[in-house]
Design a protein around this ligand. Sequence first.
Ligand code: S3P
Length: 451
Amino acid sequence: MAEITIHRISKLTGVVTVPGDKSISHRAALLSLLASAPMEINNFAEGDDCARSLAAVRALGGIVEQDGSRLLVSPPHGGLKPPAETIDCGNSGTTLRLLAGLLAGAGIAARLTGDGSLRRRPMQRIIEPLRKMNAGISGTPDGTPPIETGAGQIVPLDYILPVASAQVKSALLLAGLASGVEVIIREKNLVRDHTERMLQHLGCACTVEDVTPETVVDPDDPRRKKKVRSTDEYRRSITLPGRQTLAGGRVDVPGDFSTAANFIAAALLIRGSHVILKGVGLNHTRTAFVTILKQMGAEITIKNRTVIGGEPVGDIEAAYGPLKPRKISGDQIGGVIDEIPLLAVLASQIEGTTIIRNAEELRQKESDRIAAVVRNLKAMGVKIGEFPDGFAVEGGTELNGAEIDSFGDHRIAMAFAVAGAAAHGRTTISGSEAVAISCPRFYTMLEGLRS
Ligand code: S3P
């Protein structure tokens, strides 16, 4: 396991271009398996996670021509082929869950596994709805990988997502696309919608309908009006009709918002800092971190907004400034799920108590991110209380350099490199190589902003 030492940075300034978005790159790679023509993918994500999706595409007969971050991916001649060997998805839950949906939908016999972390992560959440579709899919008795897919007599699905998970939603949409049956997914809490957008961008008739509240006369007080939804069971439904053909095409991947969030946090934490992040994905299902921080008083400005391939993109400018504490919970969590370790680090420097609740999904990520945040912030001298579904951070005391454990999790390593840059004294991160999952150049990029 590699260890890195992070030295305090007294001020950060500069312009950063973060690597391509991980979620969008996975989807572009995997969808090219089902396309009717080659796909050109520009600014494909760096890092091991998306490389796993590309390796899987190759193992299934896809042809990948790569020139740096530019790819040309041709679908398998004569359709998908069962892979000769087990597909190793490494650390990547997105590769495993989305591919399991696609292969189960296509009725392809395959075995999918991953590293120690991925083999502990829950897969029942895809197995259960895929079985409702009569797909051939199984996991270990405790619902973890390896996952095996095979033939099935696939039937349409109309499903209310019980967990707020874009990976589950996407696995089911890919099963629908691969099998040609209609799939309707109903979401209670909005989660990232990159799959829907990419399906539309590549010519599929995928529709998204929000259950918007209607204003009606209040039966308890006819002088008043109130807003009601026709149902409380879901907020949005996504319909992918049967027999869709996915045209090939071009996907320009925006910069990864979740990677950019580390530099935003560093700028907000370190006095006098000012950073500009160029060409970052600004899909509203991903940017709650910015919305929440602005409500807490952060100086963050978005410039040069545009839309590329159905995904909003722009530049983010963030500058140091004091923040106010608040509670983050309920339906805000889905949009900030990958940035919560960073919110916790920021909270350590906010006078007062910042509370995060309803984030129990964090325990199912690449590590138990609630336990990892609590352990590491305590090591840096922060008062933090743990809940089953979150934590309460008592902010306002200076961070002390400490021995940090990444728990093999890229987002923990990056969040605590940011904390280390703001801390007094030296911070060492063991398992520092985890950043290679989504941003292999992370430490050099952070150091490059030292001024
Ligand atoms: C992802 C969805 C989220 C997120 C993960 C990537 C995706 O996971 O945490 O980093 O690309 O769909 P869940 O869908 O499990 O919440």
